[in-house]
Design a binder for this molecule. Structure first.
Ligand SMILES: Nc1ncnc2c1ncn2[C@@H]1O[C@H](COP(=O)(O)OP(=O)(O)OP(=O)(O)O)[C@@H](O)[C@H]1O
Ligand SMILES: [Mg+2]
Length: 289
């Protein structure tokens, strides 16, 4: 399904997509996550989108907010999209996926970011939710939006930061009160920079870490078989390479790019990728190319 165009002039909304979409399935199936993480995410999304409307918010304070935290390149943004796609499949009805760019808001002008953040939560998102679909909102890199007020640097106009963060907190409260069909998924690679009151509102906080040896091996195999479906893979060499990736503290994105760099390292591999072997990928890592 083609992306639904955001209404013109709606600031901060990068994309609107109606899911499920066959092209989005890999955002779920190909992301290697700690045991149980995906299951919890999907279960929570289903519970929140199906059952929240009838819940007394004092007895069960569901905010409809999930945080995915972890270092760069560990799959947070990708998995958020995958979650929306899987939720649509499990619900058996279309889900509207709304991508917000947190960096679109801060502004040098006093009070401006506060006003635009308030508009996002009080008007833009409720308007989108009013279309009636289960709606999943990605607040990508939320540390830019819900800046920890205690740690805000003096150079960045502390009054404005305070007000913008307050507006996010009020906005999340308001959205959860008004729109039971909305689930927000916030990602951050700087959890310490996110305001604790924002984190406290999250119903679920999940951490995506750097891949361990087993995960690294799975990611390497998945990348190599994307290049050549029946790639020749020496399991022992793959295991050693995976250990080396862990020792080098490579994130999942960089592990996949190692394979790409191996293809770029020799003309014969670029021309005929079926010649790619684990040793070529290991050579790139060892050479620090
Ligand atoms: N856990 C993972 N398993 C498999 N592949 C992964 C994983 N994490 C990242 N990748 C690969 O890296 C790409 C980029 O990941 P993504 O942008 O979702 O990471 P991120 O955690 O949002 O990073 P950042 O914090 O830099 O925004 C993915 O599309 C995928 O190709
Ligand atoms: Mg990201």
């Amino acid at each position: 399904m083609p992306p639904v165009q955001p209404p013109p002039g709606v600031e901060g909304v990068v994309a609107l997509t109606e899911l499920p979409d066959a092209g989005w399935e890999s955002r779920w199936t190909r992301i290697v996550a700690p045991a149980g993480l995906k299951e919890r995410l999907l279960n929570f999304a289903l519970f929140a989108l199906r059952h929240r409307a009838g819940v007394d918010a004092v007895r069960l304070p569901v905010h409809g907010l999930v945080i995915l935290s972890g270092p760069p390149g560990t799959g947070k943004t990708t998995l958020a999209g995958g979650l929306a796609d899987q939720t649509a499949r499990a619900l058996g009805e279309p889900v509207l996926f709304v991508e917000i760019d947190a960096h679109a808001f801060p502004s040098q002008l006093l009070g401006e970011s506060q006003r635009s953040v308030a508009r996002l939560f009080e008007r833009t998102l409720p308007d989108l939710a009013a279309r009636g679909r289960p709606t999943i909102v990605l607040l990508d890199e939320v540390e830019a939006l819900a800046v920890d007020r205690a740690g805000a640097s003096l150079e960045t106009n502390p009054v404005d930061v305070h007000r913008a963060t307050d507006a996010v907190l009020e906005g999340v409260d308001e959205l959860s009160r008004r729109c039971a069909n909305v689930l927000c998924v916030a990602t951050t690679n700087h959890a310490a920079g996110v305001d604790p009151a924002f984190v406290s509102r999250a119903d679920l906080v999940e951490t995506m870490g750097l891949p361990d040896a087993e995960a690294s091996a799975r990611i390497l195999r998945d990348t190599m078989t994307q290049v050549v479906e029946d790639a020749v893979i020496d399991d022992a060499a793959l295991g050693r390479l995976a250990e080396a990736c862990v020792a080098t503290r490579l994130d999942a994105r960089r592990i996949r790019k190692l394979v790409l760099r191996a293809l770029a390292s020799r003309r014969e591999l670029a021309v005929d990728p079926s010649r790619l072997r684990v040793a070529d990928v290991a050579a790139v890592l060892a050479g620090g190319e």
